[in-house]
Design a protein around this ligand. Structure first.
Ligand SMILES: Cc1ncc(COP(=O)(O)O)c(C=O)c1O
Length: 373
């Protein structure tokens, strides 16, 4: 039934109750851990030339975005126009869409966001700049543009150096758009496990963006912002001379991939699942699968169950746990999992069940979930 699908849990039914009161699968948010993470990152950037502009795609929740701004973030980064609409509606008035927004269908929505908030968008082609310029000038708004420079990730972006200067010169001739600088994301390096190697390679590759900035400046064009960085590299990219903004997102809630390499942040996002079957004494099956847990970075891990293991994730609605025998696991029991990728897991839920020390405190909507366009 459609109405059933849309139903979200009423916070009043859960407040003050233990986690087991939540129906499963549920996405849990440990608010103590999240607050500590937000604080740790905010303190790192407090007083530094480089400012924090956290990425929304990692939690997709405006309650958290507003807290990040309250703690000193200069604005919010997001991945899609749909996320920017959610942020603008929540009163976030300084938004960077760190990707290209392309196509006539999107332009009316884009200019509406630009009417409500300071809006910046990444670009890497003259065709896209022309489209944005025409839409913005026809609507009487101004959109800031950051030229995306590819520093090695091989996703979007112009090569460093002359191609970026050429695009900056072109933007300067276009009405309705403002050249606001450069975006460069070192996504190919953020998860490198060896910290020394991560630091050396990040400095090498992000210097390409800084050098491009200097080239554009030498040509007489001001570069107000150079934005980049992620949770794995915030303290490498952030202090570099010439970097103005840092786009870390995962640090807020973390996942089991990042907790291995970023010990200063705590895991704050869990999936709560119920044991629905115990086919043999050494194996149970939980009521969550690919539709409630992303697995592109590997299977999830379990909270407080050392030795128990989830070998892989292949079913839509089931996940198997190999038991080591040290922890009870009976039909009806609820277990907590740590997703391997938080950013894609939060997109699968519509709400966080927010708890402090395993006592439910609230339910927060995940307004950006499903914001695909
Ligand atoms: C453009 C951009 N900036 C920043 C980030 C944030 O990275 P992290 O999840 O490492 O915090 C991402 C993540 O994919 C990204 O695509």
């Amino acid at each position: 039934m459609h109405g059933e699908m849309k139903k979200v849990t009423n916070a009043d039914d859960l407040r003050g109750k233990p986690l087991d009161a939540a129906d499963t699968p549920a996405l849990l948010l440990d608010v103590d851990a999240a607050e500590a993470n937000l604080q740790t990152m905010a303190e790192y950037f407090n007083g530094r030339p480089c400012k924090l502009r956290p990425h929304f795609k990692s939690h997709k929740c405006t309650t958290l975005a507003r807290r990040q701004v309250a703690l000193g973030a200069v604005g919010i980064t997001c991945a899609k126009l749909g996320e920017a609409e959610v942020l603008a509606a929540a009163g976030i008035n300084d938004i960077l869409i760190a990707n290209q927004v392309v196509g006539a269908v999107k332009m009316p929505r884009l200019v509406e966001v630009a009417r409500r908030s300071t809006l910046r968008v990444a670009v890497d082609s003259q065709a896209n700049v022309r489209e944005l310029s025409q839409a913005a000038s026809a609507a009487g708004v101004e959109v800031g543009l950051l030229i995306e420079v590819d520093v090695g990730m091989r996703r979007c972006g112009v090569p460093p150096g002359e191609p970026a200067l050429e695009l900056a010169r072109f933007i300067k001739t276009c009405p309705g758009v403002r050249f606001d600088g450069i975006q460069a994301y070192e996504g190919h390096l953020v998860c490198r496990p060896d910290p020394d190697e991560r630091a050396t390679l990040t400095r090498r590759d992000m210097q390409l963006a800084v050098d491009t900035r200097r080239l554009i400046e030498r040509a007489g064009i001001e570069v107000p912002i150079l934005s980049g960085g992620g949770t794995g590299t915030y303290d490498i990219t952030g202090p570099m001379d010439g970097i103005d903004e840092l786009q870390s997102g995962s640090y807020a809630l973390m996942d089991c991939s990042y907790v291995r390499i970023r010990l200063e942040f705590r895991n704050a996002m869990n999936v709560l699942a119920t044991v629905i079957s115990k086919p043999d004494p050494k194996r149970v099956v939980l009521d969550v699968g690919l539709k409630g847990l992303s697995c592109e970075f590997g299977p999830p891990t379990l909270v407080d169950r050392p030795g128990d293991e989830i070998p892989f994730l292949a079913s839509e609605e089931h996940v198997g746990v190999n038991l080591c025998g040290d922890h009870p696991a009976e039909i009806g029991q609820k277990l907590r999992l740590i997703p391997s990728h938080g950013c894609t897991t939060c997109n699968l839920y519509r709400q966080y069940v927010v708890h402090r020390n395993a006592v439910i405190e609230d339910v927060w909507p995940i307004e950006g979930a499903g914001a695909m366009t």
